[in-house]
Design a protein around this ligand. Structure first.
Ligand code: PMP
Length: 429
């Protein structure tokens, strides 16, 4: 037998490999080969880059999670105690109903409306447990589009980066209303109202009830009042994103704008999140509340919401809802929760003041007083996109490119370096 040359052997095995690939291609088409990579999420994408950054003095002010003085996002004590109770008494991990835990759902309207509002007495509000505020927003988006036939939703510019994505996915057209003044020092309410005047009857309008993300600028009472008149006059459907109850003034007073809008038998939707105020981020706990003209309109609305949910995630996760349910119903835990929310809010306010004071030393020519007017976890620093990028690339200081800073990410160990580097970038050194 002739000995095959090395060259021939290589050609033969290459031919074999091609034949094998051809055969595989005919059996298993290569659908994913040409798939383009989707753009990274503006907030979570930055988190990934932060994690990979080897610099030891890097500072993370991106993701909207509360951090304590030590830079941790803690499990609240009320949550730990609720988990202990659950460990003792939970008998099953069986599915929840499509609309979640009945006890949890019953606790939401009183949490939003307090004890005395007419909405509660008339029984014209009902809530459905959702996996976080995000799912509540998506479900209401689909309810508006697919069930109520709404075509457009008005959202602030800027807003939480996920809002346009969520409502576009729900097939709603996005219409922006301006929010901040050109110099970033507050709201431009005149411009905002002028734009909302253009809305057509039956359009939806999304409003951040408190602690506007990303700017931290909220409406004054007078502005809320005239906004309500406008929303009514234009016959718009109000949707409230309520992701920060308790982070502005208190759990009890923060829902005030919703109370105001719900008067006179008005109908509206509220998307609650327990991610921040109960620290239940990864547990995914939220609620969609429907406020109807009268209680007899609720069953149909809830039935439509349930049929939408069934095709998304079928039923909400059990554990987070059970924890929140326990905290909201147990008097002692409820009180502890309220104290813990107060502590988080007070720490953020303290850090906000320190930040403004120290920033004033680095950049004496500019006033940052407007940061003290902002509420909640975020601050619209007024830094430009270019400045935010330079801070990240040159100094390892991470913030969202809109210039949004998570104030809760500032602590005694990073304040000095943060303000010094912002100073260098703003003073263009
Ligand atoms: N709305 C706003 C304004 C938010 O900031 C967030 C969270 N970053 C959400 C909704 C969604 O929260 P959740 O994590 O509960 O889905």
């Amino acid at each position: 037998m002739a000995v095959m040359s090395e060259n021939n052997q290589t050609i033969m095995s290459a031919n074999k490999a091609t034949a094998a690939t051809d055969k595989l291609n005919s059996i298993a088409p290569n659908w994913l080969a040409d798939m383009a990579t989707a753009p990274a999420d503006p907030v979570f994408g930055l988190m990934e880059i932060f994690r990979r950054d080897p610099r030891t003095d890097k500072i993370n002010l991106t993701v909207g999670a509360y951090q304590d003085d030590s830079g941790q996002t803690p499990v609240l004590e009320c949550v730990k105690r609720a988990e202990q109770q659950l460990w003792q008494r939970q008998k099953t991990k069986n599915y929840l109903p499509i609309d979640g835990l009945a006890g949890f759902n019953e606790a939401i309207p009183p949490l939003i409306f307090g004890a005395d509002h007419e909405v509660l007495a008339s029984g014209r509000a009902a809530a459905v447990q959702t996996p976080g505020g995000t799912a509540a927003l998506r479900v209401v988006g689909d309810l508006l589009r697919r069930v109520l036939g709404v075509r457009k939703i008005w959202i602030s510019n800027p807003t939480w980066a996920n809002h346009p994505q969520i409502f576009t996915a729900a097939d709603l057209q996005i219409q922006h209303y301006s929010y901040v003044a050109a110099d970033c020092s507050g709201l431009d309410f005149a411009k905002l109202s002028g734009q909302l005047e253009q809305a057509e009857p039956g359009d939806a309008v999304l409003m951040h009830a408190v602690c506007h993300n990303p700017t931290g600028f909220d409406f004054s009472r007078e502005q809320w009042q005239s906004l309500r008149e406008l929303v009514r006059a234009r016959r718009l459907i109000p949707v409230f994103d309520f992701a920060y109850q308790g982070f502005s003034e208190s759990i009890e007073t923060d829902p005030w704008p919703i109370h105001w809008f719900a008067q006179d038998l008005s109908e509206l939707f509220i998307c609650t999140s327990f991610s921040k105020n109960m620290g239940l981020y990864g547990e995914r706990v939220g609620a969609l509340t429907v406020v109807a003209r009268s209680s007899d309109r609720l069953p149909a609305a809830i039935s439509q919401i349930k049929s939408l949910i069934r095709t998304y995630y079928s039923t909400p996760p059990l554990q987070g809802g059970a924890i929140a349910d326990c905290v909201l119903h147990d008097q002692e835990l409820r009180q502890l929760w309220s104290q813990e929310v107060d502590q988080m809010r007070q720490r953020i306010q303290r850090v906000r003041e320190q930040f403004v004071q120290r920033l004033g030393q680095s950049i004496p020519q500019r006033s940052f007083g407007y940061i003290l007017d902002q509420r909640g976890m975020f601050s619209f620093s007024g830094l430009s996109r270019e400045q935010a990028i330079r801070l990240r690339e040159e100094f390892g200081v991470y913030m969202v490119e809109s210039g949004r800073i998570n104030i809760a990410g500032i602590n005694d160990r990073n304040l000095e370096r943060l303000c010094e580097t912002i100073g260098q970038v703003v003073n263009n050194k």
